[in-house]
Design a protein around this ligand. Sequence first.
Ligand SMILES: Cc1cc2nc3c(=O)[nH]c(=O)nc-3n(C[C@H](O)[C@H](O)[C@H](O)COP(=O)(O)OP(=O)(O)OC[C@H]3O[C@@H](n4cnc5c(N)ncnc54)[C@H](O)[C@@H]3O)c2cc1C
Length: 360
Amino acid sequence: MKYDFLIVGQGLSGSILAIQLEKLSKRFKIINSYENNSSSKVAAGIMHPLALKRGTISWRGKEFYNFSKDFYTSFDELNETNYFENHKLKRIFSSFEEQNNWIGKTADSNYEDLIAFNNLPIKKIKTPYGNGLLKKSHRLNVKDFLQLVKNKYRKNIINENFKSENLKIKGKIFNYQGISYQNVVLCQGVGANTNELFSYLPIIPNKGELLEIKSENLPKLILNSGVFSLPTGNNLFTLGATYNHLDRTYKNTLEAKEELMTKIGKIVKINDLQIIRQKFGFRPTTSDRKPLIGEHPLVKNLFVINGMGSKAVLMAPLLINELLESIFENKQLDKLVDIKRFVKKVNSQTIQSVKKISEN
Ligand SMILES: Cc1cc2nc3c(=O)[nH]c(=O)nc-3n(C[C@H](O)[C@H](O)[C@H](O)COP(=O)(O)OP(=O)(O)OC[C@H]3O[C@@H](n4cnc5c(N)ncnc54)[C@H](O)[C@@H]3O)c2cc1C
């Protein structure tokens, strides 16, 4: 039996790809080795179109936002789930300069449906420089979303470690463990760094740590003040996240816990907060801060989806749709995400790994 696609990795990228392939009636298998600290499994799942620190619309922010909102809403409708939630988000300003910048933006027509300024105090929260409202903000319950995708496609999921040396190409067809595939898409997150086929790509693991806390006083909306607090029900909140591209250790750290508590302590009394647990994961980030999407420069029909950084929930649905349009409708990928921009980095290791999988 021949499949249209082999998807490697069932994080957010692989899951979203599978959903889109099903819509196109394509036949696929997914191979994934499940581990608790994959980036998607720990992600808070926050999605909005703003770069909050600067108070500006993020790169292609509105376009991504509109596509993703429709994508997750129709996923929920189809599956009778409620994984994509609306949340109000309040930005706590760190200076009058930031407040002024925000007020200025509210007069800009590009921002009028996005942000508002109101200086009403938030109960039990210190806001010496005021706060602004982001009207378009959501949270995807990523953990449950991934679990549902896993259950939905369980007959087509192989639960094991993918080894690129076991992939073979004969003519235009791939073979992996005796099964034939027309296309292979690697959606491995930072796991891609152990895959020689794409090891020339600059995927930089950026460790993020989160705290799950209990509080009677934090408001039931997303607060962002350099650190975010996200209500997850029953007085529980996710507090996050740290960014550290130097620490590659597979463990929670005291430094991260202290950093998060110090930051949240600037806006709320920390005596009220009870730490329940700490989590870590590694975001797949890139040297130019743009995702990595496209076809292998030496192997036709071998693709990669990676480098979603801290905005996978926002960006992945549209970028994956664009990859599929490039495959089936010959449309051009956005040059800023296309891995063609790194073609000069292809090295002898890449060439050797391609030779290994190519059969005569
Ligand atoms: C603390 C933290 C908070 C975050 N919060 C947010 C947020 O609020 N909003 C947001 O949009 N993003 C957030 N992110 C970022 C987001 O988690 C990532 O961008 C996204 O999850 C990447 O998804 P992915 O599918 O590309 O990679 P991953 O999630 O890393 O998935 C890759 C999958 O491939 C599997 N895999 C890898 N190699 C192999 C192999 N050889 N064989 C088999 N399987 C393999 C892995 O086990 C994994 O299941 C956060 C990240 C962290 C760490």
